[in-house]
Design a protein around this ligand. Structure first.
Ligand code: TXA
Ligand code: MG
Length: 328
């Protein structure tokens, strides 16, 4: 159900949830200071309570309302990338609701770069918590239609067109001493962050034991294996040739498949969507393409992985969580 900016502001003030556009993906927004409203986000998404939410603020001056410390490194990052697809995780002020923090001692903050989102923040005078506007573990929405398809026709949606970035923000945690860590890759790359903030914190690998490395890194709740998934089982392929062989084998065994391809090259005989070979264009179109392929209701989606290079890190991260390796 499409609603106006004024209706969206009124709903937020009344403690209701509203789907809003941002430049990354659509968010399911509620007043970040209202616990009852925040609970509606978790209920609507069927999201576990220990997964913290990102608070969307209208400008950098509001950071101090939420964060107990705003280290210089984080100030530099905010000045360089806000409004934009960067979320900063900072130590939270004591008054910040445990619901929005998901029980963590930190708070995630972002100024979205979308005129409609910024207009809503200004008109309502609120900061809004907003996870992606999809059911837990499913594909994120990048259009108002995707939101309605996932959360139902009755979900109030403020339509701001298709999202220009197309995948979720880069998340960086900054400690009081200015050390930083990438918690979720996004289209603002780790190299972009390092150019502004210096090199990231070195994690000590004691005896090369990987479990020690994992416990040394702050956890980013919600980053577990299957996320960003279409309903159709999805297989990932490192090369086009193997993907085509698999599509032939599946077809022979009576299963229907559809493919998502990156760049030019040979095509399988099943329905195929071909994206470009440019990371920013692929990110913008990725979820739309997956939503569309998912709607075909075939038995398997076969997805070609882009090369394992820094420019593709965010797209690779999302795809690797959307399905299983088909040719490992
Ligand atoms: O681009 C985006 O970030 C979108 C738009 C709507 O802004 N939002 C989004 O929210 O992707 P969501 O809930 O789908 O992902 C937020 C993730 C959580 O799963 C968690 O990993 C991380 O942000 N996060 C939030 N607060 C955190 C905290 N205090 N500490 C560590 N990670 C946190
Ligand atoms: Mg999400």
């Amino acid at each position: 159900m499409r609603i106006s900016l004024e209706e969206a502001a009124a709903k937020l003030a009344a403690g209701d949830v509203v789907a809003i556009p941002t430049e990354t993906v659509y968010g399911l927004a509620a007043d970040a200071t209202n616990d009852a409203a925040l609970q509606k986000i978790f209920a609507t998404k069927q999201r576990p309570a220990d997964h913290p939410l990102i608070v969307h603020i209208s400008d950098i001056s509001q950071v101090n309302d939420w964060a107990a410390v705003f280290p210089d490194t984080a100030v530099k990052l905010a000045k360089a990338f806000w409004p934009g697809a960067l979320t900063l995780v900072l130590p939270a002020k004591a008054h910040v609701s445990r619901v929005v923090r998901g029980g963590e001692s930190t708070i995630a903050l972002r100024v979205p770069n979308h005129p409609t989102a910024l207009a809503l923040l200004k008109l309502s005078g609120l900061s809004v918590a907003a996870p992606s506007a999809n059911l837990f573990t499913q594909l994120s929405p990048t259009t108002a239609d995707h939101v309605e398809a996932g959360l139902g026709e009755n979900m109030p949606v403020l339509d701001g067109g298709a999202c220009a970035v197309g995948i979720e923000s880069t998340i960086v945690s900054v400690a009081p001493d200015g050390q930083w860590l990438l918690l979720r890759p996004g289209m603002i790359s780790e190299e972009d962050i390092a150019r502004v903030a210096g090199e990231p914190q070195q994690v000590n690998i004691i005896g090369g034991d990987k479990t020690l490395v994992q416990t040394a890194v702050p956890k980013a709740p919600g980053q577990h294996a299957l996320h960003y998934s279409p309903r159709t089982p999805l297989l990932l392929f490192k090369d086009r040739h193997t993907l085509i062989l698999e599509s032939e084998a599946l077809t022979k065994s009576g299963l229907k498949c559809a493919a998502l391809l990156i760049g030019d090259g040979a095509k399988p005989s099943c329905t195929a969507t071909q994206l470009s070979n440019q990371p920013a264009e692929v990110a913008e179109q990725l979820y739309s393409a997956l939503h569309q392929l998912d709607s075909l209701k075939v038995d398997r989606l076969l997805v070609e992985l882009p090369p394992n290079t820094p420019a593709w890190a965010a797209v690779l991260d999302r795809l690797s969580r959307a399905g299983h390796q088909g040719n490992s």
